[in-house]
Design a protein around this ligand. Structure first.
Ligand code: PLP
Length: 397
């Protein structure tokens, strides 16, 4: 009898008890709106921003309604205008090109490598096409950030980092989100902290911070931000910055503050699971493990491997056989977009030529979530199942 996995790939851990207590306190006093504070009270959202700025070593932080919202207002805050072109990854999630489209700008996609990071040669070749790069650290893979910044600084390109999968990660000792002008994070259920929906943005630039705060819907209450610039900066921008309401509320912030204090522990727990799956997959015939560079500290909340140059039918067969044994794999090569879309050719509002290198890599990427509700034994079992089914298909069984 072959073994079957019975766990759920979409079940995250419950909200920690101290976060539930904090949420109940907010519900009991009823002041959920971030600017609805009692005399002398700072409010959960303002405190969250202050704590996250400290944690990341950033000057300014803003909490907002979602990660995608953080991306969109960052683009606008750095000065992207309708009709502008913005460089971004061909391999990313739909809200990334979506944020570019939402400000009336046009994505220019950069190829992806077999390491699942942005192709730096292609980026260098396209560097004269845009003044802004929306860099997505898709599925937590960090490119050589030193070389990327060299290319972008040399070409006068402003970098916004999409850190939806790299909260807690770093490159060469620098936290992800601290290389570019702005770092954006998601607090959505499937990311590294869970408030259902939510986003965070950090920057060291006072004008970007002031514009983002005003756009998020601060009205003239920006003085209540504990992680914002001084009033003189808002004086410079307040009449020309539209309110594009998208605040975070005190309830979500209350749930997030205790979770952020535990982030490093959670990262360790994800990585034990990731390494268990990775070890179990290493050496499987026909399967390429994505090697992680030494300079990268990653967060293994999901794992990817490649079935490079396999036929469509063979990949589908491997995915089907794993599913029959309870292992849910996502294939990025499906011709028709399903569930969360991550292929540049699904986003037809952008007029994009074919990207041959990305087509080859995307056709081979298999993706799997690694929720913290899995035990290490679960992870070992999952790897055994994938190994058996992928080998069987590869060897024509
Ligand atoms: C989830 C995600 C986002 C957007 O975050 P939301 O909070 O869902 O808006 C952006 N980029 C990537 C790569 C993501 O996975």
């Amino acid at each position: 009898m072959s073994e079957t996995f019975t766990g759920s790939f979409t079940q995250q851990e419950p909200i920690p008890e101290d976060a539930i207590e904090a949420a109940l306190a907010v519900l009991r006093h009823g002041r959920l709106h971030r600017y609805n504070v009692a005399d002398g009270e700072e409010g959960e959202t303002a405190l969250l921003e202050q704590e996250f700025a400290d944690q990341m070593g950033a000057k300014y932080c803003l909490a907002v309604a979602s990660g995608g919202y953080a991306l969109a207002i960052s683009l606008r805050a750095v000065g992207v205008k309708p009709g502008d072109k913005v460089l971004t990854n061909a391999f990313t999630l739909a809200p990334v090109p979506g944020s570019i489209a939402s400000v009336g700008a046009e994505p220019v996609f950069v190829e992806v490598t077999e390491d699942l990071t942005i192709d730096l040669d292609d980026l260098a070749a396209k560097a004269d096409q845009a003044k802004v790069l929306m860099l997505s650290h898709m599925r937590g893979h960090l490119c050589d950030m030193d070389r990327l910044m060299e290319i972008c600084d040399g070409a006068g390109i402003t970098v916004i980092e999409d850190c939806a999968h790299t909260m807690g990660a770093s490159w060469n000792g620098v936290l992800s989100g601290k290389h570019g002008a702005v770092g954006c994070y998601s607090c959505q259920t499937y990311k590294h902290v869970n408030s259902g929906e939510g986003g965070l943005l950090i920057t060291d630039d006072e004008e970007i911070a002031a514009r983002a705060i005003m756009m998020s819907g601060s009205y003239m209450l920006y003085g209540r931000h504990l992680a914002g610039p001084g009033p003189e900066v808002f004086e410079r921008v307040k009449y020309e910055t539209p309110n594009i309401s998208g605040r975070m509320d005190n309830l979500r912030a209350a749930i997030l503050r205790p979770q952020l204090r535990d982030l490093d522990t959670q990262v360790e727990r994800w990585n034990e699971r990731y390494r268990t799956v990775e070890e179990g997959l290493r050496g499987t015939p026909g399967l390429t493990v994505v090697e992680r560079p030494e300079q990268e500290v990653y967060v293994g909340s999901s794992i990817q491997f490649l079935l490079l140059d396999w036929s469509e039918e063979a990949v589908q067969e491997a995915v089907r056989r794993c599913a029959a044994r309870g292992v849910e794999l996502k294939w990025f090569g499906t011709p028709e977009p399903v569930a969360f879309t991550s292929r540049y050719d699904s986003w037809r509002y952008a007029d994009t030529p074919r990207l041959p290198k990305s087509d080859r890599v995307l056709a081979g990427i298999i993706d799997m979530r690694v929720p913290l509700t899995f035990s290490l034994e679960d992870c070992a079992q999952i790897a055994r199942i994938i190994r058996a089914e992928v080998s069987a298909v590869y060897q024509g069984a």
